[in-house]
Design a protein around this ligand. Structure first.
Ligand SMILES: *[C@@H]1O[C@H](CO)[C@@H](O)[C@H](O)[C@H]1NC(C)=O
Ligand SMILES: *[C@@H]1O[C@H](CO)[C@@H](O)[C@H](O)[C@H]1NC(C)=O
Ligand SMILES: *[C@@H]1O[C@H](CO)[C@@H](O)[C@H](O)[C@H]1NC(C)=O
Ligand SMILES: *[C@@H]1O[C@H](CO)[C@@H](O)[C@H](O)[C@H]1NC(C)=O
Ligand SMILES: *[C@@H]1O[C@H](CO)[C@@H](O)[C@H](O)[C@H]1NC(C)=O
Length: 259
């Protein structure tokens, strides 16, 4: 019995290692670390994307009225770099009272909108690195910077005036990332650094589970599946392949037992 078991185990090892070897050699000798690039990078129409998700109507209306939508769409069309856009919900604009956006000039409003975008595609996983190199320049220019901190998978963003987090991943496929945020980003480059002190202590409410408000969106953002859509799918397929081969190996071993 013991020797049979050893035989089965070694048979499985041989089959498994040969399939692992086959998989290694079968994959093309690509230098790119990203597995299985999508056949053709799908063109993402940002207007369409933002009008169905959200509600992001306020942000989209601002983008259209200032024509910043063209700048962002142009960046989204650039598949080399791509774009990352942080989109405040309509409620965030309704709640934005302290420094009001109403008296901004058209140029200032454009800058505020471009302040919500980075000229590169970043998956949520890449924000761990971005937090190490904060402050990060936005599409509004060098003085318009965002600070990122990664808190066990949740991306926090600070502008000095605004402290918020990515509450949902709306779209994250290279070259276009659109993340929902809970507040409008207020730039110091326009509103100055004379920021009124916030009375609420920052870290405490985040730890209490109930104080964090509705968490359905938060959980979505934290879940690893929303961060690695394409990659995890192909990983799942290849690991399924290994398990099916393992099952074949076991049944093969069992068949040998009866010879
Ligand atoms: C994006 O979609 C909008 C609304 O459907 C349409 O008006 C616009 O022409 C599209 N833009 C491009 C660049 O295809
Ligand atoms: C983006 O690409 C689409 C599809 O190729 C094109 O119709 C559109 O005019 C481009 N938009 C901009 C702003 O470059
Ligand atoms: C905006 O400008 C108007 C007229 O100049 C002024 O009355 C109002 O107080 C300003 N609002 C803010 C928030 O600065
Ligand atoms: C983070 O940076 C390191 C070193 O620069 C790099 O090796 C790693 O791939 C980066 N991780 C992500 C998720 O971009
Ligand atoms: C952003 O990070 C830099 C460097 O860590 C720091 O000096 C700066 O005060 C931060 N700004 C904000 C608004 O958190």
């Amino acid at each position: 019995m013991a020797s049979k078991f050893v035989f089965i185990a070694s048979t499985m090892l041989v089959i498994l290692s040969s399939t692992a070897f086959a998989q290694k050699t079968a994959s093309p000798p690509s230098l790119s670390p990203t597995p299985a690039p999508a056949p053709a990078p799908d063109y993402v129409n940002l207007t369409d994307l933002l009008s169905v998700a959200g509600p992001f109507h306020t942000f989209l209306d601002y983008l259209v009225s200032t024509k910043v939508i063209d700048t962002l769409q142009n960046q989204a069309n650039n598949t080399e770099e791509g774009v990352t856009i942080f989109v405040p919900k309509d409620k965030a604009f309704a709640d934005q009272k302290k420094p009001s956006l109403t008296n901004l000039t058209n140029d200032q409003l454009k800058q505020v909108l471009l302040f919500h975008a980075l000229p590169h595609y970043y998956s949520l996983a890449e924000f761990t690195n971005l937090s190490k190199s904060s402050p990060i320049s936005t599409m509004a220019g060098g003085q318009y910077t965002l600070n990122f901190t990664d808190d066990s998978g949740t991306v926090h963003i600070s502008t000095g005036w605004s402290h918020t987090k990515v509450s949902s991943s709306v779209h994250s496929t290279d070259p276009v990332a659109v993340y929902q945020v809970d507040k409008v980003f207020i730039p110091e480059a326009i509103f100055g650094t004379d920021i009124p002190p916030t009375p609420a202590p920052a870290p405490a409410p985040d730890i209490a589970p109930v104080a964090d408000g509705p968490t359905a969106d938060d959980n979505k953002a934290k879940s690893p599946t929303s961060t690695l859509s394409g990659k995890s799918a192909s990983f799942r397929i290849s690991s399924w392949g290994i398990w099916s081969q393992l099952a074949l190996a076991v049944s093969g071993g069992l068949a040998l037992m009866f010879l």
